[in-house]
Write a protein that binds this ligand. Structure first.
Ligand SMILES: Nc1nc2c(c(=O)[nH]1)N[C@H]1C(S)=C(S)[C@@H](COP(=O)(O)OP(=O)(O)OC[C@H]3O[C@@H](n4cnc5c(N)ncnc54)[C@H](O)[C@@H]3O)O[C@H]1N2
Ligand code: MOO
Length: 383
């Protein structure tokens, strides 16, 4: 395995290229409850004032003018709206959320109300119509991720459905004559790790795993499945290095693909690629070695999927990382780490073909030139 690779793209540059390779997919309308986790393709205006009317913020008495006040009725939230104006000296019992009658100067909470007093001192406890938003004004901007709070706010202002960017459709092509997709592998076989790993990463990035196939090592079959319609991104695993059965580069060349990243100066995961096919489809090539493939997935696949969904790549948290790892100038090391309070500790002994280290870890630490035991590094969460 090479330790330096001058023709390869730097690890950070590869992520930047992948994040900048695509723009968000076109919009589709979805009901509000299916919009969470997706990105708004257009600004959403408030369909009503927010709040829609002046309403009580506390259970108590709505009072008009100066006291003492005489209670002349009761208003429940959801009950009939009080249509008469309150005159000075009048009060109505009122519940939180009910529309306050015209003439109300304040709501006196039950706990502190003194109806024989003269002035309504303290906060008025009235939510004013339109204090959050005016009908027709922009409530949430385009490009905003729909969080649970955003969905709730949109519902408050009367939205039933919203336009969000379409989810990227991903086709996973697992290559290798030795790969089996179920059960215990026989001697000479390996059980496919990528279907479960890639589908989890794809879903976490807001995309859909539309199809997954295990292909035999045959360039014709690979070319046909790369060119087939109905996928925005094709993820190919294996077939990325120099072996006799590693056809991916030749097939991409034949299909007229533009290679945006071809090998990355990181360890593991060096032999990975990102390419654009004519007609607007992306291909990511992940090395077959399982841990190397996982590193490649967070390097090129995740940022590409974020871009297609309209989201920026989440900022990596940074913590001091303790461990015994040799880092050279030319190659970024990605090592599994466990979180330990205010720092992270390297899980020792990770190897490109083994997922044992990553499975015992909380995150991958990005160790770059200049890193030494105990100095800070970016962390990419694995959970
Ligand atoms: N002469 C060279 N050999 C290799 C180089 C190189 O530069 N020159 N690079 C090495 C590195 S680094 C990696 S990483 C691997 C990449 O291999 P490929 O992407 O071509 O994948 P394969 O050769 O098909 O398989 C490698 C390894 O992974 C296992 N594998 C494959 N697919 C799966 C799967 N779906 N699930 C689990 N395991 C899988 C496969 O059995 C092999 O053990 O190349 C090095 N060689
Ligand atoms: O780097 Mo390979 O990517 O070591 O197994």
């Amino acid at each position: 395995m090479p330790t330096t690779d001058t023709a390869a793209t730097g690890w950070r540059a590869a992520r930047r290229i992948a994040a900048g390779a695509a723009t968000a997919l076109p919009a589709e309308d979805v009901p509000l409850d299916r919009a969470v986790g997706r990105v708004l393709a257009a600004a959403v205006p408030a369909r009503t004032d927010l709040p829609g009317s002046d309403t009580a913020a506390m259970d108590g008495y709505a009072v008009a003018g100066a006291g003492p006040w005489q209670v002349i009725g009761r208003i429940l939230a959801g009950g009939p709206v009080w249509t008469r104006e309150l005159r000075p000296g009048q009060a109505v019992e009122i519940m939180t959320g009910a529309v306050v009658p015209a003439g109300t100067v304040a709501v006196l909470p039950y706990e502190t109300a003194d109806l024989s007093g003269t002035t309504a001192a303290g906060k008025p406890h009235i939510r004013r119509a339109g204090e959050d938003a005016r009908a027709g004004s922009e409530l949430v901007g385009a490009g905003r991720l729909v969080t649970p709070a955003v969905a709730g706010l949109l519902a408050q202002a009367g939205a039933d459905g919203v336009a969000v960017h379409r989810r990227p459709r991903v086709r996973l092509l697992v290559t290798g004559d030795e790969v089996v997709s179920a059960g215990i592998p026989a001697a000479g076989q390996v059980r496919d790790v990528f279907a479960p790993m890639v589908s989890a990463l794809v879903v976490a990035a807001g995309a859909v795993l539309a199809e997954r196939l295990v292909l035999r090592d045959d360039p014709g079959v690979l070319a046909e499945r790369l060119a087939a319609p109905d996928a925005d991104v094709v993820v190919v695993t294996g077939s990325s290095s120099a072996g006799a059965a590693d056809h991916l580069h030749r097939v991409l060349e034949k299909l007229g693909a533009q290679r945006l990243v071809d090998r990355v100066a990181c360890r593991p995961g060096g032999p990975q690629l990102l390419a654009a096919l004519p007609g607007g489809r992306w291909v990511t090539g992940l090395p077959g070695n399982p841990f190397a493939g996982l590193v490649a997935a967070v390097t090129v696949l995740q940022p590409l999927l974020y871009a297609l969904t309209g989201r920026p790549v989440p900022l990596a948290p940074r913590l001091p990382v303790r461990g015994d790892v040799v880092v050279t100038a030319a190659v970024t090391r990605l090592v599994p780490v466990r979180l330990a309070g205010d720092h992270a500790v390297v899980v020792p002994g990770s190897r490109p073909a083994s997922l044992a280290g990553a499975a015992a870890a909380d995150a991958l630490a990005v160790l770059e030139d200049g890193w030494t035991d105990g100095s800070p590094a970016d962390l990419i969460p694995l959970g």
